[in-house]
Design a protein around this ligand. Sequence first.
Ligand SMILES: Nc1ncnc2c1ncn2[C@@H]1O[C@H](COP(=O)(O)OP(=O)(O)OP(=O)(O)O)[C@@H](O)[C@H]1O
Ligand SMILES: [Mg+2]
Length: 253
Amino acid sequence: MILQLNQVSKNFGGLAALMNVSFQVNRNEVMGIIGPNGAGKTTLFNLITGVLTPSSGDIIYQQQSIVGLKPHKLTEIGLARTFQNIRIFGQLTVLENVMVGAHVRSKAGLWHGLWKTPFARREEGNIKQRALELLDFVGISNHADDTAEALSYGKQRRLEIARALATEPEILLLDEPTAGMNETETTELRDLIQQIQVMGKTILLIEHDMHLMMSVCDRLAVINFGKKIAEGQPDQIQSDPAVIEAYLGKEAV
Ligand SMILES: Nc1ncnc2c1ncn2[C@@H]1O[C@H](COP(=O)(O)OP(=O)(O)OP(=O)(O)O)[C@@H](O)[C@H]1O
Ligand SMILES: [Mg+2]
């Protein structure tokens, strides 16, 4: 087990966005989070990555509570994410966007960086090399010198994944990575997720594309109106009455 949520709740004023949600994520698995719009999926990611603090409950990462840690600290200890609404530096080049991610791991402090010491220059070279490899891995290295805003939507999503990988995460959280992608791009993304799993990473994935989720996830948790209503392997989830009801309404059960 790499991540564990214990009775996590989050209230926004009078709105209970999440209520006593508990589940575990095993190392190196692809864990899916599904649920209707507004169920609380992104809120869950915001709690895990320190963007929000739980109203109650605990989040344990590698045997240690991470509640209260800031997002940058969580990135340092191995959690990286992409956003439902793409967040890239549009004016920077594609390569520079990935290099920004890699700087989380850079050893050269401000002093070395400012004075361009040989150590800093060598490290910058390594970071650039690594960033290029990651662009190649996600399939957009031919766009390295383009400005990020010039990329198609699907390629911007891959860029976000490359930048997240540049922080060398243990867990990668992807919030609707196929949103805005066509069918070919979605298939390619599924392959990419599987390759990332082969690299040894743990993946938490939010997606509405059920076909993709059932084929790529080892296990899934289903959230409905802020509550976890099911957890299990894809075939268990597909035949779970509570899940069918949440998606299709009572009469379908
Ligand atoms: N920062 C916030 N302040 C107030 N309410 C919020 C905030 N973030 C989310 N909410 C509310 O919490 C609920 C859950 O939102 P969330 O974005 O987590 O849903 P979601 O499952 O990701 O939905 P979608 O599939 O549409 O992305 C919604 O009612 C939303 O309006
Ligand atoms: Mg969301």
